[in-house]
Design a protein around this ligand. Structure first.
Ligand code: C5P
Length: 400
């Protein structure tokens, strides 16, 4: 677990989204973090100190002048042993104070006196969010190196709709995990394909591959966590876009090929995770084929372009990573596929273990041989894959 042992100071400010931060506190504790909560006075109107205390298993604080701290140094001591301060929800008022170095309560004083990094998850009414003062303050925080998670657009507790909803606890947790990842791909542009493609037979029927897109989305997320600028080209899947990346939706292999061609030239790395249909239907028809007893339609199939092989062949091709889902003889097929596609790295998994599941088991094949990454959640395997790619690219650069 990437968050195991991390010491977090969780700050809550006055906003209705504070109730979600109780869930966040619980998730952080479950992930193995040591969580110390600090609430502003306004936050205590939305969620109790006792709630945070029970969830974190330690004293939660809200008073700058708490007499339990003998030397009155709570504003410094409470953050000294922390790896990160997370403020969720971060109100417009808190953001304004933090941007200007104001410190008139325990949380803002801790933030001003901190040595550790700060991540804020804004939550506020849409008009407050859109107000130029708030936008200026956010820019100032960003310039100061503060990480900003969310917000998102949607229904708001006040009854209005728009930008300003706090990220859900799982989304904030993902941002905290991302924060702690090594930035091994900083400055790199990464292109990822994910999911299946669909090849129409008629207006309602398709040829496709079984693929949930989960592995490709995990790779895109891991690359972005590692500091890369990521474009994710996705076939039809039912997955939310991980934060901070550009997504292009496609349907057919040809559409995926066109989207890849448009982006490959400006990419440093191409990770082809998509389960591209090898064939498309040449005799596709415009109207739905009617079922006739005892007689099946005949499909004429033509081969689709091999997207990965095409990219790998280009002059000044990006660093190419292929995926292979095999049902047997993993090593043998993987080595043959890597050679045939002319790519430096291939990630192989067993189809029966990989498809649709949240977990996977991957072995990497490169010029140095075979590297088992073990078994685990797809996001953890994707992070290991990204670390391997970064190491290979660094070695390449040293040889130049
Ligand atoms: O050729 P095969 O499907 O066995 O190899 C799988 C790898 O090739 C994957 O990385 C997949 O994304 C890529 N591929 C492709 N274009 C195709 C078929 C597969 O890019 N038409």
């Amino acid at each position: 677990m990437t968050l195991k042992g991390k010491r977090i100071l969780l700050g809550l400010t006055g906003g209705i989204a504070a109730y979600k931060s109780a869930e966040l506190a619980r998730s952080l504790v479950r992930a193995g973090c040591d969580v110390r909560a600090v609430l502003t006075e306004a936050a205590t109107h939305f969620v109790g100190v006792a709630t945070l205390q029970a969830l974190t298993g330690q004293t939660a604080w809200s008073d700058l002048w708490d007499p339990r701290v003998a030397d009155n140094m709570a504003h410094i001591e409470l953050s000294r042993d922390r790896d990160l301060i997370v403020v969720a929800p971060a109100s417009a008022d808190f953001i304004a104070k933090a941007a200007h170095g104001l410190a008139d309560d325990l949380l803002t004083t801790l933030v001003l006196a901190r040595r550790c990094p700060l991540l804020v998850a804004p939550a506020m009414n849409v008009e407050m969010w859109d107000n130029p003062a708030t936008q200026r303050n956010l820019l100032a925080l960003r310039d100061d190196g503060v990480a900003i998670a969310g917000p998102v657009a949607g229904d708001q507790a006040c009854g209005e709709t728009g930008m300003g909803r706090m990220l859900e606890p799982a989304g904030i947790l993902a941002e905290i995990e991302a924060f702690f990842q090594p930035k091994s791909l900083a400055g790199k542009r990464v292109l990822v394909t994910a999911g299946p493609t669909e090849e129409p037979i008629d207006p309602v029927r398709v040829i496709t591959n079984a693929s949930s897109g989960k592995m490709g989305f995990a790779v895109a997320r891991a690359a972005r966590e590692a500091g890369a600028e990521v474009t994710l080209i996705s076939g039809p899947v039912a997955l939310a876009t991980p934060a901070g990346l550009a997504r292009v939706d496609v349907r057919t292999a040809q559409e995926m090929f066109d989207a890849v061609k448009a982006a490959a030239g400006t990419s440093d790395i191409f990770v082809s995770v998509a389960a591209v249909s090898d064939y498309r239907v040449a005799n596709r028809v415009a109207q739905k084929i009617k079922k006739r007893a005892g007689e099946g339609p005949r499909l004429e199939l033509v081969e689709n372009p091999d997207i990965l092989a095409w990219v790998a062949k280009q002059r000044a091709a990006p660093f190419c990573v292929g995926f292979a889902a095999e049902s047997e003889k993993l090593g043998e097929h993987a080595r043959e596929k890597r050679a045939r596609k002319g790519i430096p790295l291939l990630a192989a998994n067993l189809a029966q273990e990989a498809i649709g599941s949240d977990d996977n088991a991957i072995t990497l094949f490169d010029d140095n041989g075979e590297h088992p990454l073990g078994r685990g959640p797809k996001i953890e395997l994707a992070r290991k894959l990204v670390a391997h790619v970064a190491a290979l690219m660094a070695a390449r650069q040293r040889r130049r």
